[in-house]
Ligand binder design. Structure first.
Ligand SMILES: [Zn+2]
Length: 255
């Protein structure tokens, strides 16, 4: 058993990630959820849905409920329920022991690329190496179906499409991102969005040019030494926590 203060910390991280995603308008206002694994237990903490919710931007820690890996509610206040797509999370935790956070949101600019079947190109260099890294190190997967992931069989199908990647583009639906903690999963979602936004704007402006092959090789090698595995998960980079602190402060200024 974990002590209550640790659980409260995790609950706060999940709620804050929801509010940051809401602040950045990375999803439609009420749709989407962030979760984290309770270490050492077959339980997760996840943003609840239901008649009492007020949308991602206003998620509070008491709206983060405890759910089993079977997708069933363990603990949560009245008026809130388990999200129907909880199986996106539970099956990902089963498939990826090194993953401790899952985010599922509906970012319009990313979804447009799945609708039009336009590939995201590696057009970002030093502007945002972390976003570029998603493409050049094959960390983006595709899920071709557009339905709600409402049972564990569909959750397993999605998890198998995600494989060992960190973000998945779900056709005409949204994205799923994962991380070793809530901060890293949030970072991956923001970077995929940045990549899609820049690709979209570049397409409006003209013909986007991928960066040079030799430059791409330099960026590719920057990551290859630190790919996390179940045996050696390592820890996220300092950049993840800098960005987290930045958005946490901006959130505090706004709310
Ligand atoms: Zn969804």
């Amino acid at each position: 058993m974990r002590d209550a203060s640790h659980i409260n910390e995790l609950r706060d991280l999940v709620a804050r990630s929801c509010r940051i995603i809401g602040m950045l308008e990375l999803s439609n206002p009420t749709q989407g959820h962030v979760s984290t694994r309770i270490p050492g237990e077959d339980k997760i903490l996840i943003r609840a849905r239901g008649p009492m919710e007020a949308g991602l931007y206003y998620t509070t820690p008491d709206e983060v409920i405890t759910v089993g890996l079977d997708g069933k509610l363990i603990e949560g206040p009245a008026g809130l329920a388990v999200p129907q797509e909880v199986f996106i999370h539970t099956e990902m935790y089963r498939a990826r022991p090194e993953i401790n956070s899952v985010i599922h949101i509906h970012p319009s600019t990313v979804v447009l690329f799945t609708i039009c079947d336009v590939p995201l190109l590696p057009i970002l260099g030093s502007y945002n190496p972390s976003a570029l890294d998603l493409i050049i190190n094959n960390r983006i997967s595709q899920y071709d179906r557009s339905i709600l992931i409402r049972d564990s069989a569909l959750g397993r199908e999605l998890a198998s499409a995600v494989g060992a990647t960190d973000v998945c583009m779900m056709r005409s639906h949204g994205i799923t991102s994962v991380g070793r903690d809530v901060q890293e999963a949030t970072f991956n979602s923001i970077n995929l969005y940045d990549l899609a936004k820049m690709n979209y704007q570049a397409l409006l402006l003209g013909e986007p040019r991928p960066i040079r092959d030799d430059d791409m090789a330099v960026f590719r090698n920057m990551r290859s030494k630190e790919v996390p595995t179940p045996e050696k998960p390592g820890r996220p980079s300092d950049m993840v926590y800098s960005l987290w602190r930045f958005y946490s402060r901006r959130l505090a200024d706004q709310q």
